[in-house]
Design a protein around this ligand. Structure first.
Ligand SMILES: Nc1ncnc2c1ncn2[C@@H]1O[C@H](COP(=O)(O)OP(=O)(O)OP(=O)(O)O)[C@@H](O)[C@H]1O
Ligand SMILES: [Mg+2]
Length: 326
C-alpha cells in the first residue's frame, strides 16, 4: 500500500535519514517499517518520528489568541522521518549507499513481505509481533548467543516477561540443547513452568544461596537513626555529645530530610550539622570504635548491622543450599 513519497522540507536527501511526505489520510506509526521503491529495490526504513506540518501565518497566532479558530485542512501535511534499514540482496540485508531521490514512492509492506525481509535466515525464536502488523518478531539465535542482547525499558514495560519468554522459547527449540545460566536475584523467575521446560530440554540444576553478594544499605528516619546510634554506643542521652547529635538530627528533620543511610556516609552527613567541634570529635571516635572490627573500613562495619537487632555489628552469616536434579 502506497503511503507517500520521499520529499523533504529542507530539500536535502541523505541516504540514511529519509523524510516522507504522507498521502492525505495516510497513517503511519513510530517504529513501523516502510519501504521506498527505487533502483529496482525495496529499500526498507523504520519510522523514527511522525508529525503534521502546518505553516503558521502571521495572523494565525492572533486569531488563536482571540479564540477565533479556523480549521484549514488544506494547510496540513503529514510527515514521517525514517531511518534506512537496507535492502535484501537475497542472501543478506545491505544498506543502500546512495541518496533516495525526491518523489520516490513509499509503501507500507504487507505482513508477509515485512516478515520475509526481517526474519533471520538461520535458527531463530519468535517472541511476539511487530506492532502494528501481524508479522512475527523473531530473534536470530546466532546473534543472540554470539553478540548478546540488552533489554531496556521503563518500569513495568515488560522486560522481565520478555526475558522469561526468550528463555522459554530457547528451551523449546528442538535440537538446540542450549545451556542457560540464570542469576535471579529476587527469585522472580522461580516459576515451575521454566523449571519444567528446562528439565525437558535436558536437565535442570538450581542453586539457592542466602549469601548476600552485596551488603544492603539501610535507611532510617532521622529519629530512628538517633535511637540506633544511642543503642549501639550506649551513650547517655543527657551527655554533651548525644545532645549535640540530637540538635543535628532536629536540624536535618526541619530541613525535610526523611531518611538517612545507616552508614559512615550517613554519619558524616549528620556530623556536619553538629555545632560543637568537641562533641563532633567524640561522636566520631564512638562511630569508628563501634565498627567493632579492627582494620575494617568504617563504612563496611556500619552497614553490616542490618537485620541483627540486638548485636548490630555482628557480621553476616552465610549459608548455601544446593537443590535440583541433573
Ligand atoms: N507483552 C505483554 N502484553 C501484555 N502484558 C504484558 C506484556 N509483557 C508484560 N506484561 C505485563 O506487564 C506487567 C509488567 O511486566 P514485567 O514485570 O515483565 O515488567 P518489567 O519491565 O520487568 O517491570 P519492572 O521494571 O518492575 O521490573 C506484568 O503484569 C506483565 O504480565
Ligand atoms: Mg522486571
Amino acid at each position: 500500500m502506497r503511503v507517500g513519497y520521499v520529499l523533504s522540507a529542507s530539500g536535502t536527501y541523505p541516504p540514511d535519514v529519509i523524510e516522507v511526505t504522507l498521502l492525505r489520510g495516510g497513517s503511519v506509526h513510530r517504529g513501523e517499517y516502510l519501504y521506498a521503491e527505487h533502483d529496482g529495490k525495496h529499500i526498507f526504513m523504520q519510522v523514527e518520528n511522525v508529525f503534521v506540518k502546518r505553516p503558521t501565518s502571521s495572523y494565525d497566532e492572533k486569531l488563536a489568541r482571540d479564540d477565533v479558530i479556523i480549521h484549514d485542512a488544506e494547510k496540513i501535511v503529514g510527515k514521517a522521518v525514517c531511518v534506512q534499514v537496507g535492502y535484501d540482496t537475497g542472501s543478506s540485508i545491505e544498506p543502500y549507499l546512495h541518496p533516495i531521490p525526491p518523489l520516490t514512492p513509499v509503501y507500507k509492506p504487507a505482513s508477509e513481505e515485512l516478515y520475509g525481509f526481517i526474519a533471520p535466515r538461520g535458527p531463530s525464536i519468535s517472541i511476539g509481533r511487530i506492532y502494528p502488523t501481524d508479522a512475527p518478531l523473531t530473534l536470530d539465535l546466532k546473534v543472540l548467543f554470539r553478540q548478546g542482547a540488552l533489554v531496556v525499558g521503563g518500569v513495568g514495560t515488560g522486560k522481565s516477561t520478555l526475558l522469561l519468554t526468550m528463555m522459554m522459547r530457547i528451551l523449546e527449540k528442538a535440537g538446540l540443547r542450549p545451556h542457560l545460566l540464570l542469576i535471579d536475584w529476587d527469585g522472580e523467575y522461580n516459576t515451575p513452568a521454566l523449571a519444567a521446560r528446562a528439565q525437558e530440554a535436558g536437565g535442570y540444576l538450581k542453586i539457592t544461596s542466602k549469601t548476600p553478594l552485596k551488603k544492603r544499605m539501610r535507611s532510617l528516619s532521622p529519629a530512628e537513626w538517633y535511637r540506633m546510634f544511642r543503642q549501639i554506643t550506649g551513650m547517655a542521652s543527657q551527655s554533651t555529645q548525644m545532645r549535640a547529635l540530637y540538635g543535628a538530627i532536629k536540624t536535618l528533620e526541619e530541613r525535610g530530610v526523611a531518611s538517612i543511610e545507616w552508614s559512615m556516609d550517613g554519619f558524616n552527613l549528620i556530623a556536619e550539622h553538629v555545632k560543637s567541634p568537641d562533641a563532633r570529635r567524640q561522636l566520631e571516635i564512638q562511630a569508628q570504635g563501634s565498627s567493632g572490627e579492627p582494620g575494617m573500613r568504617p563504612a563496611t562495619g556500619w552497614t553490616s548491622s542490618r537485620q541483627s537487632g540486638a548485636t548490630p555489628w555482628s557480621t553476616w552469616t552465610s549459608r548455601t543450599r544446593i537443590t535440583g536434579t541433573r
